[in-house]
Design a binder for this molecule. Structure first.
Ligand SMILES: *Cc1c(COP(=O)(O)O)cnc(C)c1O
Length: 238
């Protein structure tokens, strides 16, 4: 079937030659909308965390200019370097999505609106002690991978209690990173388990799904998807 090109070279509203951030953002939003339609969810019920780790502040600024407001960063020190160059983006909210060492909690509360990777009661207590109101999520490790951080599902009940006992911490959600796989369907059981765990403790947000498996995550109830590569392209190495 011949494909009709619009005057600007786009097919069905997407420009096939345009590799700009703006067109990649359109594509990601289209994927979100399609997954939401399939699972009878409102597109507004899924929020996009733009993962800018290993990209410079100019990439954050470009994304902000396109309307993105929530950014994911993995490293406290990297955020510290970028912060001065994005300080004027007053509506930007930065989430820490990488493991936080307990000796960096002071810097973390200065740089981030949300720490999405709480994995111990000790870390929660230290963050609470820094004296600032902070949104937090518990990172849950649902696989047996040695190298990965995150609390086990068995640890979640105690951790939920510990965080809810901290007056400055607001437990907003659970976050998980399933084992990497080319087949996004492999992520589905992990996402389903995270949803069940959150429901048991009345935790509203679910941060799950990345560039390759965001559709499956949305079908399983994700309220935040964390997208890097599909928006910004391949990352340089750390
Ligand atoms: C890097 C990273 C992402 C983004 O992954 P992409 O596959 O590039 O979309 C999401 N979540 C976490 C925790 C990450 O470290």
């Amino acid at each position: 079937m011949p494909v009709a090109l619009c005057h600007n070279g786009s097919v069905s509203g997407f420009d096939i030659r345009d590799d700009s951030l703006s067109s990649r953002l359109d594509q990601v939003r289209h994927r979100i909308a399609a997954a939401c339609a399939r699972s009878h969810r409102l597109a507004e019920s899924v929020r996009l965390l733009a993962v800018t780790k290993l990209f410079g502040p100019e990439v954050i600024r470009e994304a902000y200019a396109l309307g993105l407001r929530d950014f994911g960063e993995n490293y406290v020190q990297e955020m510290e370097r970028k912060a001065p160059a994005v300080a004027d983006l007053t509506e930007a909210r930065f989430h820490l999505i990488g493991h936080l060492q307990s000796n960096k909690t002071k810097k973390a509360v200065q740089l981030f609106s949300s720490v999405d990777t709480i994995d111990s009661a000790r870390l929660a207590t230290r963050l609470n002690g820094e004296g600032k109101q902070l949104d937090v999520m518990i990172e849950v490790k649902l696989s047996e991978e040695e190298a990965k951080s995150g609390a086990s599902a068995e640890d979640v009940p105690v951790l939920v209690d510990a965080i809810r006992a901290c007056p400055r911490l607001h437990l907003t959600g659970l976050m998980t990173v399933p084992p990497w796989s080319v087949d996004s369907e492999d992520s589905r059981p992990y996402f389903a388990r995270l949803r069940e765990l959150a429901a048991r403790f009345d935790i509203p947000e679910l941060s799950m799904g990345m560039s390759n498996d965001l559709e499956v995550a949305i079908e399983e109830g994700a309220t935040w998807i964390r997208v890097g590569t599909a928006l910004f392209g391949r990352r340089r190495q750390a």
